[in-house]
Design a protein around this ligand. Sequence first.
Ligand SMILES: Cc1ncc(COP(=O)(O)O)c(C=O)c1O
Length: 391
Amino acid sequence: MNNWHLELLRLSQDGMLRSLRVVDGGQGPKVLVNGHEVLLLCSNNYLSIANHPALVERMVAATREFGVGAGASRLISGTMPPHAALEERIAEFKGTPAAILFNSGYAANTGVLQGLLGPDDLIFSDELNHASIIDGCRLARARTLVYPHCDMTALAELMERETANRKGRWLIVTDGIFSMDGDLAPLAELCDLKETYDALLMVDDAHGTGVLGSRGRGTGEYCDCLERIDLHMGTLGKALGCAGAYLAADRVVIDMLINHSRSFIFSTSLPPGVPAAAMAAIDLVDSEEGRQMRERLEQNRLQLAGALTAGGMDLLGSTTQIIPVLSREPAPTMQMTARLLEDGIFLQGIRPPTVSPGRCRLRATVMASHDADDLARAAAQIIAVYREFSP
Ligand SMILES: Cc1ncc(COP(=O)(O)O)c(C=O)c1O
């Protein structure tokens, strides 16, 4: 009747089968996997604030005051004081007139692109953009032109070529920090191009928010062009340690999404404790304590990336806390991952379709709370395992 078991068997034979792993003990620098303590090198809780007392207390207090569930979607009866207050705070933080919450980054990217664009519009999308952006382009049913990764000459040529037949709106969309390569989009050049060609620029700053910029306002602040970006998407579940996502933009954009974005309209809103905790997270990020966390994160990044590079690893141009080690094929990648876990180092092997064939990698992420000795040990083990299993 169905051939799913055959498909799963084929995935398994190709070294591509995925399965879930329970991670116990809270999202700290060390966690329990299969009852053993391991160094956590694959969490996006970059600032290690997912279990910070300020966030936990705000979440508990809001839960006591408002209950666990929001009970309805935002347009019905699910807009509660913590949702409204957080949207105002995010707009102020990003320097835009308004902001809107989504239940996840996936819901934000699909809902924003579908909610704002249609078949007459044209999207220019970086080839390494996140899957949720790709799906959002499909849902928008807009024509989508994919440009080579961060290649501004190619993008300019595409835009020039399309100018003669222009109709509808134009939007350039890019990750701020690319989620699998850990490199940065050239935001200043993207701003120049979108201004030259009268397009909008949307930046998915899932991995930059809280991490980059003097106030932690993300890749735009770091590249000194925050106010030139039209649509600021970011997530609350990575460096901010909570859950959910947002788009910050002009009021008319937000009103359009409230009226037209299907993932916003047709979904129960976040539990009120979540925006309450996210408010505490932004306050923390935007404080001296947040600045110190970013400094520690940067030190840790430099240490791990430096040691891996010295050991001859190819880090694919990473300049951020996302540190991939190119391992190419699925089978050795998963052997390395399994061996590292046995040795107390927990990171993920990344395979297609998340990355293109031949570009498998061990994706390590550092956190502000990692200890220098642990990182030194991890680097030595990654290099040793790579040398043992790499073809
Ligand atoms: C660049 C990027 N955008 C969006 C998302 C989706 O965010 P969320 O996990 O909140 O759905 C992710 C997360 O994996 C991401 O890496």
